[in-house]
Write a protein that binds this ligand. Structure first.
Ligand SMILES: [Zn+2]
Length: 197
């Protein structure tokens, strides 16, 4: 006996056929793709990493914590180093990006994304075929900004995370622009849109 194809299956079949026959594919994505891969900013994943900040500051999700007015840069970076570590340098639980890559890797593809968590690059997408319009958690920029340079933050973030105590990083770990001597800051557009390079 034949089972009727559901509306959802029909949509998936159509998408599959379009992907297989398309000359080129443009992918547009936002936060939902990373949420589906396991990068949730609320609930148990938030509490796993930030219950101390929740108790002290009173916010209940990572996104809100990013806008919290910390009293000092040392507290700001205690929060942000953990945030960047878990949302940029750790891998997602589910292979959503990897599966998407398998579907398009032999195609002429291009990605436009508001995501700043670097998941496309980690899954194998070619950097030249990506336009991440809002930046990348893995980079710093000058807070002035005095120039258009970005700086890889892997090592700085790792040390801030490791050496912080009582929700503060040591002052010597605050990152400074090598050109003008002002603080470096996160390279993404949401928090400081006016200085985003
Ligand atoms: Zn500078």
């Amino acid at each position: 006996m034949f089972r009727a194809v559901t509306a959802k299956e029909a949509q998936i079949n159509r998408l599959k056929a379009e992907i297989e026959t398309a000359d080129a594919i443009i992918i547009g994505t936002g936060a939902g793709l990373s949420t589906s891969a396991g990068f949730t900013y609320t609930g148990s994943r938030f509490r796993q990493y930030f219950s101390d900040f929740e108790d002290k500051c009173g916010f209940h999700d990572m996104y809100s914590g990013g806008f919290y007015p910390y009293k000092t840069p040392k507290e700001h970076w205690a929060y942000w180093s953990c945030y960047i570590e878990v949302n940029r340098y750790r891998n997602t639980d589910r292979p959503v990006y990897e599966n998407l890559y398998k579907l398009v890797k032999d195609k002429d593809y291009f990605v436009i994304t508001t995501n700043v968590d670097h998941c496309f690059q980690k899954a194998g997408f070619d950097k030249k075929r990506l336009f991440y319009t809002q930046g990348d958690y893995g980079l710093f920029q000058c807070s002035v900004p005095c120039c258009q340079t970005t700086y890889d933050n892997r090592e700085s973030i790792g040390r801030m995370l490791k050496e912080q105590k009582d929700m503060r990083i040591p002052s010597e770990l605050l990152s400074i622009c090598p050109v003008c001597g002002k603080p470096l800051t996160e390279y993404f557009v949401l928090r400081e849109p006016l200085i985003f390079i």
